[in-house]
Design a binder for this molecule. Structure first.
Ligand SMILES: Cc1cc2nc3c(=O)[nH]c(=O)nc-3n(C[C@H](O)[C@H](O)[C@H](O)COP(=O)(O)OP(=O)(O)OC[C@H]3O[C@@H](n4cnc5c(N)ncnc54)[C@H](O)[C@@H]3O)c2cc1C
Length: 411
């Protein structure tokens, strides 16, 4: 395999190490126990969990782990326990945090910044009451804060109209791209194999005996895991074409004034303005990248290959208007960076972890729905358990429950 300029440094390290891994594994079998297609958070963690279970695993990506167009290729992603009444996600976030911290501690640069996460609400919301209840039951710290306390602790925000806040001190920000690049490199160092290759769509109506790469090579395994984010729709159009909703999402970073510490991680947590489900969220100026802000509303449908990733003036105007209201000191802050990515949504926001109905040796893992990154380790464990025959299918993650009518319910 040639090393191309598109591979990142971590990708190159992984690639070099993978050749040794691949050679070792192939010495005793022509095939793999499992091939995982897609090295985003879901695929990379599935591969790692299978490797930990002693399986010979090949992880493949068409571009690179956490590449620029993958959802997992962003700079930072929020991790939080609060999920309203959706306890399954609070549990998975908490279980996953243990793995993220372990990975973070093993590296020179942090993967997890424990900034804390602050939600705020204009009225008593069911979501907030249920989050308090679930967190209490799971032993996850959460403080309810009244306006007086909010104003005192974070005077850099304008708290007009805010009824109360919920603060989770144990959660924060995951440095997404760095996390996945590091995970894949450590997977390879521990004996897993990684290949840079694009896998062609399996042929509908025919038995699946092997995978074929774009340059015609055949790859054999007992089990195949497709964790291809929005590209699952391209690979399985008849199955997922009308059940996977890929939407354009824009994220902006702004530079605070020189020397202004009010928007740094020691002064500001990760935050989310719930705003009756019309969410804005962001991070402090992590590692000097800028104050991050995004509007969580689903954008127009896009194709991840054809999408024009030039940030739009309309989306910029929306976040600027919000900042002028809630973060007045940043109203005129210069834009330092912007990214255009995509959510790969299921109808209601639940993930997909299920077998392909025609090929029992194929597991489909995806539909992160704008909140999947943090759950990578827990999703990987569930997917690996299904492959290993240890786990049972979670009904909420089944294909059967994936509707063709969008009605977002998970936040
Ligand atoms: C702007 C934005 C903000 C977000 N914020 C948060 C947040 O704060 N917290 C959170 O938890 N989540 C967040 N998410 C959601 C989260 O990032 C995604 O749910 C998650 O990254 C999805 O991971 P994945 O592994 O399913 O897909 P991806 O990361 O897209 O990975 C899929 C991989 O498959 C590869 N691939 C595709 N086709 C092929 C093929 N034919 N052959 C080989 N490889 C292939 C691709 O190259 C890619 O690397 C956000 C998403 C976006 C876009």
């Amino acid at each position: 395999m040639s090393v191309t300029r598109r591979e990142t440094l971590a990708g190159m390290a992984a690639t070099a190490a993978s050749l040794a891994g691949a050679g070792r594994a192939r010495a005793h079998s022509p095939g793999w126990d499992a091939i995982v297609i897609g090295a985003g958070t879901f695929g990379a963690w599935t591969a790692e969990m299978l490797r930990r279970a002693g399986k010979r695993v090949l992880l493949v990506d068409a571009w690179a782990p956490a590449n620029a167009r993958a959802s997992s290729g962003g700079e930072s992603r929020m991790t939080r326990g609060a999920y309203g009444g959706d306890e399954i996600y609070s549990r998975m976030a908490s279980e996953s945090l243990v793995e993220w911290k372990r990975l973070s501690e093993a590296l020179a640069l942090p993967i997890f910044h424990q900034t804390g996460v602050l939600f705020f609400f204009e009225k008593e919301e069911d979501y907030a009451l249920k989050s308090l209840d679930v967190n209490k039951r799971l032993g996850l710290s959460m403080e309810r804060l009244e306006p007086k306390t909010l104003k005192k602790r974070w005077p850099q925000l304008d708290w007009t109209g805010i009824r109360f806040g919920l603060y989770e001190p144990d959660f924060g920000a995951l440095m997404a791209r760095r996390a996945i690049e590091s995970l894949v490199a450590s997977f390879v160092r521990a004996g897993g194999a990684y290949r840079h290759a694009a896998i062609a769509a399996p042929k509908q109506g025919q038995p699946l005996k092997h995978l074929t790469t774009s340059d015609g090579e055949k790859l054999y395994a007992d089990q195949y895991v497709f964790a291809c984010g929005p590209w699952l729709k391209t690979l399985f159009p008849s199955l997922l074409g009308d059940r996977l909703f890929v939407t354009r999402q824009e994220v902006f970073y702004f530079a605070p004034d020189a020397g202004d510490r009010r928007f740094g991680p020691s002064a500001l947590p990760g935050w989310a303005d719930f705003n009756e489900g019309d969410l804005y969220y962001g991070f402090p100026d992590l590692e000097g990248r800028g104050f991050k802000i995004a509007h969580d509303r689903h954008g127009p449908p896009v194709d991840p290959d054809a999408e024009d990733r030039t940030p739009s003036p309309e989306a910029l105007a929306v976040v600027r208007a919000y900042m002028a209201r809630r973060f007045p000191a940043l109203a005129k802050a210069p834009l330092s960076e912007a990214r255009v990515c995509q959510y790969e949504n299921s109808a209601n926001g639940d993930f997909l972890i299920d077998r392909h109905p025609d090929w029992p040796q194929v597991l489909l893992v995806g539909m992160g729905s704008g909140h999947g990154f943090k759950h990578g380790p827990a999703v990987g464990r569930r997917a690996a358990d299904l492959i290993l025959g240890n786990g049972s299918l979670e009904p909420r993650f089944s294909l059967k429950t994936k509707s063709a009518r969008q009605d977002r319910a998970v936040y």
